[in-house]
Structure formats: C-alpha cells, structure tokens
Design a protein around this ligand. Structure first.
Ligand SMILES: Cc1cc2nc3c(=O)[nH]c(=O)nc-3n(C[C@H](O)[C@H](O)[C@H](O)COP(=O)(O)O)c2cc1C
Length: 335
C-alpha cells in the first residue's frame, strides 16, 4: 500500500484505515482484529456503564497491545469516563456531539491524541485553535448518527480547505479501496469506516443485524430522529425495521404517543431494560426482539455483500485501492 500519511505516522498503521465506534459492536476481539491487520479501531466508551469501563478497556488493551482508541459522545458529561480511560492507559480519543474544549485540554495535558468528528467547515476552522490533532469529516451518507451538513464528495474538500492544516480523515460512504483513493484525492489522510465493519465476522453486533446490512439496499434506508438520543437530538440513518414501520403506519406520532413505547424488547447485560425506541444497536448476545432495535447503516450497504473477517476486508481495501490507482495511471496513457 503506497500510502504513508499523517494518520499512518501518528498511529503507526500499515493501511490508513480506521474503524469508527460501532456501539457495542467494537469488542476487544474486533479491535484486536483491526490492530492485527495494521489498522486501528475506536470503542464506544460512552456506551459502557462506568462501573465496567475499566475492565472492558483493560481487555481491549490486552487484545490490541494498546493499539485502540476510545470514543466519547459528549451528549452529556463524560469527564468520569475520560478520567477512567486515561487511568487505564488510553491515549487516543475521539470526541463529538458537544462542547469538546474541556476534553481536548485534559487529553492534550495527558499527552494524548484527539480526533474530532464534525460536519461543517465552520467547525473545522476552529479545530487548530482548540488543539485537535485530527478532524474526522463525517458526510451525510454515514451509518448511525450523523453530523454532516453535506455528503462526503462536497463536504470533505470544503473541510480540508477550512482545516488550516489539521489533517482530515474521511468518514461516511466509504467501504473499499476505491473510496479510500477517492477520499485521498479530495485531501484526506485516511478513512474512518463504520457500516462495512458492522458486517465483519469479529464485530460484536448481532448476527441478524449483520445479515440485514448485507441484504439491504439503499432504498431500505431511512433518515430519522426516531430512536431516542441520549441527551441531544441528532439524525441517524437506519435500515427500516418493524419499529419504524409501525410508527410510520401510526402517522408518525410524537414522542410519548408512539406505538409500543413502553415495550421491553430486551435487557442490557447488567439487567437494565432495553425499550423499543432506545438508541442501543443490537449486539451479539442480545436476547429478545433484536430486529426492533435501530439497525444503523449507511449508503455503503450498496457495496457490502458478505460478512467477512476484518483481515479479508482490509486486504480487499488494499487490492481495490491499488486497482483504482492503476486505473487512474492508465487514464493518463495516450492511446
Ligand atoms: C452501529 C454504529 C454505531 C455508531 N456509533 C457511533 C458512536 O458511538 N460514536 C461515533 O462517534 N460514531 C458512531 N458511529 C458513526 C461512525 O463512527 C462513522 O462516522 C460512520 O459509520 C461512517 O460512515 P459509514 O457508516 O458510511 O462508514 C456509529 C456507526 C454505526 C454504523
């Protein structure tokens, strides 16, 4: 892979590919597979109960030899989560959805690296002054919650232009090496992928959810704010499921009047109830009605036809990137 970039240098990667946090899917096994493939993954630390966070991070650290990062969704106060992660030795963080400034300061004081997921050139222009190390430009095609003000093709170059030299990683709509080459042509130093890795063998997302990602087409996707946010409204892209369809059939009623609002569809591993409309994505050991939970996925489902091991996905990214580069070189040849 001929790409050596600010991203590969900072994280010591063989391939400029990062897996974004995948809810409960970013398990120790998944992150280990990413690290072993010369890439990097983030865990969704804010999705873990604070009581178990330290043990979970220790497991991830063992599986990756310390080569993973922690994502903090700042929809509420996460300073305790940050302190625990720093104590556990984590030094690479990703933040979004909130006031990042105090978090960046603490992470930088501890000698860490900060990735900031954002969706507009105005935010990108603030990143350098805040001390952010990497911007993650998240296009509107992204699976899960998205903050992008436009799709990647136009958002990414506008963010690169506004970033004042802060390196930019491209997220949203990328699933293979062609997407990687395209993102780099638009000025990115690497890619940050979500939906493709949901449908990986090692991710701890529910098997049925992975199969839906493989089977669905872009026409099965909906953009909605239906699944309850934790503290802040944010649109998300999901595959249409029974919860969405019933709500639609009921005339899209407001929160408080949605059908089955108090249905307990499952329980979290600590025994807490999981209700219909909760934001948690289906995880591997989830019992009950996994299909009723949000099936987060982006437009790359058009490119994902099989659940594959992480190593194979990464190998394919490398070969398809090389093929795309060869094709571009061929275009230059006068015939
Ligand atoms: C199941 C799932 C859960 C996600 N959870 C988070 C999260 O907790 N924090 C976050 O920053 N991004 C989250 N994302 C977004 C990803 O980090 C990433 O920006 C997005 O998936 C990229 O677009 P793509 O799906 O087209 O690859 C999630 C995405 C998916 C598919």
């Amino acid at each position: 892979m001929p790409f050596e970039t600010a991203l590969t240098q900072a994280l010591d990667l063989r391939v400029p590919v990062v897996a974004g946090p995948l809810g409960r899917g970013s398990s120790a096994e998944f992150l280990g597979a990413m690290a072993n493939s010369g890439c990097f993954g983030f865990t969704a630390a804010a999705h873990m109960p604070e009581e178990t966070l330290r043990d979970e991070l220790a497991k991830m650290s063992r599986a990756t030899n310390g080569r993973f990062g922690a994502n903090l969704s700042l929809t509420r106060d996460r300073r305790k989560w940050l302190a625990t992660a720093l104590e556990a030795g984590v030094r690479v963080f990703s933040v979004w959805q909130g006031d990042i400034e105090p978090y960046v300061r603490i992470i930088k004081d501890a000698g860490g690296l900060v990735f900031w997921t954002l969706g507009s050139p105005d935010e990108a222009a603030r990143a350098k002054g805040l001390g952010v190390d990497f911007i993650v430009s998240q296009g509107q095609e992204a699976g899960g919650h998205y903050v992008g003000s436009a799709p990647t093709m136009s958002l990414l170059p506008s963010i690169v232009d506004a970033a004042k030299g802060v390196p930019v990683v491209a997220a949203g709509g990328i699933a293979d090496g062609r997407g990687l080459v395209a993102a780099m042509a638009l000025g990115a130093c690497g890619v940050w992928m979500g939906t493709r890795f949901v449908a990986s063998k090692e991710s701890a997302n529910h098997r049925g959810y992975k199969e839906r990602v493989v089977a669905a087409r872009a026409t099965d996707l909906v953009e909605t704010e239906l699944f309850d946010p934790v503290g802040q409204e944010c649109p998300h892209r999901v595959i249409r499921n029974s919860t969405f369809s019933k709500w639609e059939e009921a005339g899209r009623p407001a929160t408080g009047q949605r059908p089955g609002e108090r249905d307990r569809i499952s329980s979290f591993p600590n025994g807490k109830p999981l209700y219909r409309y909760d934001a948690a994505a289906a995880w591997d050991a989830m019992e009950g009605d996994w299909e009723a939970s949000p099936l987060y996925a982006g437009t790359t489902i058009e490119l994902i036809r099989e659940v594959k091991p992480v190593a194979e996905i990464v190998r394919e990214i490398e070969t398809t990137a090389q093929a795309a580069l060869n094709k571009i070189a061929d275009l230059r040849t006068v015939r």
